[in-house]
Ligand binder design. Sequence first.
Ligand code: ATP
Length: 249
Amino acid sequence: MSASQEMNRTSLLEVKDLCVSYGKVEAVHKVNVRIGEGEIVTVIGPNGAGKTTLMNALMAALPSAGEVAYAGHRLGERRSIEQMVALGMNLVPEKRELFSEMSVEDNLLLGAFSRYRRGFRDHLQSMEEIYERFPRLRERKRQAAGTLSGGERQMLAMGRALMAKPKLLMLDEPSLGLAPLVIREIFKVIESLKSAGVSILLVEQNARAALRVADYAYVLETGSIAMEGPAKALAGDPKVIESYLGVGA
Ligand code: ATP
């Protein structure tokens, strides 16, 4: 992408000088992040770098300082999760956080609750779309979420988030603990979501897979952005190869 095209990308999210602290300890320090409409942006980095903290702060699940502009709104520091969901932001947490006693279908319906409360009645149509994207979930719709395999749980967590029809889907370690074939399936879905116009912020330990699907990438180290650039450029950068991709990348 040329510099002028880069400038023309419409921003969905722009974060400036974001700081997040746990008590006296600052976990995220002056982070600037930008996500263009319809882009996949990835944040890679070692354990404890602050990736989950960053996503939770964007979602307003944690208090933060800094400027957040999202979907044409300048948002103050007193944002709420409900407000962010209503504006089309949705987070699939690393632990997936499903209701394990409830069926697959009921977990999906809960994902549409916020839209329902705002007067939308398109949840059955949305559920049909989710089943088309994840046929495995249709096969298991009456099964309790707690009895699903790891891959199916990740699909259900993503499906539930998609029931809210997000503009920006944030995925925290979607490949964590999954077998290679399932990881490939999850990444295919991530790419197909981009084609459907959903913007994605992807946090991954699996840097190789993340850089393959992403348009743009940030490397977060000890709470600060250490490097950034188009994903292809970072995938070829010797420092990234040495630290995150290993030999033979
Ligand atoms: P991982 O890849 O291991 O999940 P991460 O990059 O997502 O790591 P975070 O989970 O955001 O990193 O953690 C960033 C830093 O903040 C770490 O030093 C962690 O110990 C600290 N931290 C995270 N949650 C809390 C909390 N609830 N209270 C205090 N410190 C926390």
